[in-house]
Design a protein around this ligand. Structure first.
Ligand SMILES: C[S@@+](CC[C@H](N)C(=O)[O-])C[C@H]1O[C@@H](n2cnc3c(N)ncnc32)[C@H](O)[C@@H]1O
Length: 429
């Protein structure tokens, strides 16, 4: 079969790059982040690179329904590489709207281009053609998340919320920005084509290279999801206060705290990721003391008026920008991360001065990493009590405020979506 696409359509290298990206994203190692640094992707023309990324992301956002559609057509599971080619083909036809004949032809070409998949190019052709005759429904929320995570969300938040959370997986998110100076919102909203969200984040309609957007070069904002900006607002750092940001890299929350005028110590155990904190601070003209250490065993003495712990977690709340996290996560990860979080929370508590505040947050939707973590912490640490958030505080969606004053921010709580987060503010007596 000959490719019948228009001449200017992305060619084989762009599709091969999409295939490599999808494979890396689902490999369970560094995932999509690692895939995006693949030299094959960097070597492409910008337009082809954008296509490869868009195709891999479209496939990941609907991986569950795509697989269900393929399973109905294929008796015996083909080798992995062929499965990836089929997934990309389905996404092209039914998500990106590529004309079916072109998507089928280029998928067959992609299979034919490699010795390992060449013998199965007929299968690729037959399966994709079969699906074009009976278009699958790729938007069923109950198929959009892995079944074990969907069942967890049903148990934790109820069936309606689970459906609403999962429905967000398919949607491409806008980019949210945090401002160095909140008074800049009105001035920047126009040029950035942005809506000002309740907490002061800007949600921009712009796409593409952020470094070309108005205000970037002057360091007036940084990219940060609207939900990720809420924990530092709840800490309400004051000018001159000493604040410890544990698990700080890449530094979104450090920048918020420094912008408020606090004397910030930004600690992270990854020296590589701390470089990004230093670069980010330098770009926006802010400063913090940067410390490379394990938060659980940092030997330095001293306590702080306020401590923020943005603990490492399963990150299931970040699926809007990293849909691969859902497919990489494993049930056992949650228990081991919860054990680490509990050690880090105790270590963070030891750094809080009497009368000081501690904000704990995770970008996870799993109760063991959020509600369960804080309940167990309070039972272990009678010197701490919850300091409830007030309605709408920090721009938190109304629906996210729980009876105890902690926040369970769910992806459907904001029109257009928002990352999932759990946030609790505690005070030392
Ligand atoms: C959720 S990210 C933090 C995001 C960051 N707060 C921000 O707003 O940009 C978690 C971070 O925890 C760090 N980390 C993991 N285990 C740690 C430990 N034991 N001590 C210190 N940092 C740790 C990781 O290197 C990672 O940068």
């Amino acid at each position: 079969m000959n490719t019948t696409e228009p001449n200017d359509a992305p060619g084989l290298p762009a599709r091969e790059a999409a295939l490599n990206l999808l494979t890396a994203a689902l490999s369970g190692r560094a995932g999509l982040d690692e895939g995006l640094t693949h030299p094959g992707l960097a070597a492409l023309a910008p337009r082809d690179r954008a296509f490869a990324r868009a195709l891999a992301m479209a496939t990941l956002r609907r991986l569950g329904p795509i697989d269900a559609a393929l399973q109905a057509k294929v008796q015996k599971p083909p080798p992995d590489r062929v499965v990836q080619i089929l997934r990309l083909g389905v996404a092209q036809i039914f998500v990106l709207g590529t004309p079916a004949h072109a998507a089928v032809a280029t998928s067959v070409d992609l299979a034919a281009a490699q010795a390992g998949t060449r013998p199965l190019k007929g299968l690729v052709n037959a399966v994709l053609r079969g699906l074009t005759r009976e278009p699958p429904d790729l938007d069923r929320p109950e198929l959009l998340a892995p079944p074990w995570l969907y069942a967890r969300w049903q148990a934790a938040f109820g069936p309606d919320a689970a459906r609403a959370i999962a429905a967000v997986i398919a949607a491409e998110p806008a980019t949210d920005l945090s401002l160095k100076d909140p008074a800049d919102a009105a001035d920047l909203a126009g040029p950035l084509e942005a809506e000002v969200l309740p907490g002061g984040s800007l949600r921009t309609a712009l796409r593409g290279d952020v470094s070309t957007w108005p205000g970037f070069a002057e360091g007036r904002w940084w990219v940060q999801d609207a939900a990720a900006a809420i924990p530092a607002r709840l800490l309400a750092a004051q000018a001159g206060e000493t604040v410890l940001d544990l698990c700080a890299a890449p530094g979104g929350k450090t920048m918020q705290l420094a912008a408020a005028g606090a004397a910030v110590t930004a600690l992270d155990k990854s020296a590589g990721r701390l470089k990004r904190v230093a670069e980010n601070l330098a770009r926006v003209g802010l400063s913090a003391q940067i410390v490379a250490a394990d938060a659980a065993s940092w030997p330095a003495q001293g306590q702080f008026e306020a401590v923020l712990l943005d603990a490492p977690c399963s990150a299931t709340g970040t699926f809007r920008r990293q849909p691969d996290v859902l497919w990489a996560a494993k049930p056992g990860d949650i228990a081991s991360l919860a054990a680490l979080q509990s050690r880090l929370l105790d270590a963070a508590a030891r750094r809080v001065k009497p009368g000081g505040r501690l904000v704990y947050c995770v970008c996870s939707l799993e109760p063991e990493e959020g509600e369960g973590q804080v309940a167990a912490f309070l039972a272990r640490n009678p010197g701490f009590a919850l300091d409830p958030a007030t309605p709408g505080e920090g721009g938190a969606p109304e629906a996210s405020l729980r009876a105890d004053g902690t926040l369970r921010i769910l992806p459907h709580h904001q029109p257009g979506g928002i990352d999932g987060f759990y946030v609790a503010r505690l005070r030392r007596s």
